[in-house]
Write a protein that binds this ligand. Structure first.
Ligand code: ZN
Ligand code: ZN
Length: 139
């Protein structure tokens, strides 16, 4: 990414995000020993942060553990919708759905061969997940 692309990213940020980023850029300039920080210095530092992809963390974005893309919001699993839709070959059984012994079922994926869809895709809406603790109900 070059500075003009970073500038475009910056311009597309919602106003509150720009402010957070500018504040962080100012801190970063101060840390570098700048004394008089002009508005264009701050902007340039913002572009720099964007080029280094540091702005995601500053803005509290979350990174999908699968595709490594950044998102404003991610499901609790840490995997983005797109990756969940695409599915993932179960690493425990290599997608066969079979367990360690003949005739047994893989415990990681429940036999679907797809670790993101342990109950198969047809029942994707189901919240059943053998590994998940029962959800806590707010009092
Ligand atoms: Zn993803
Ligand atoms: Zn499996």
């Amino acid at each position: 990414m070059n500075a003009s692309e970073a500038c475009e990213v910056y311009n597309k940020l919602p106003e509150p995000h720009k402010l957070i980023l500018r504040e962080s850029a100012r801190d970063s300039l101060l840390a570098k020993g700048f004394e008089e920080i002009g508005s264009s210095d701050t902007s340039n530092e913002c572009f720099h942060l964007i080029m280094q992809e540091e702005h995601y963390e500053i803005l509290g974005y979350k990174q999908c553990e699968d595709c490594k893309e950044w998102f404003e919001e991610l499901p609790e699993s840490g995997i983005c919708e797109g990756c969940i839709d695409a599915g993932s070959i179960c690493p425990a059984c290599n997608g066969s759905g079979e367990g360690m012994y003949d005739g047994s079922t893989c415990r990681s994926c429940g036999g679907s061969g797809d670790e993101y869809h342990p109950n198969g895709r047809s029942r994707r809406g189901s919240r059943y997940d053998p590994d998940r603790e029962p959800e806590e109900v707010d009092a």
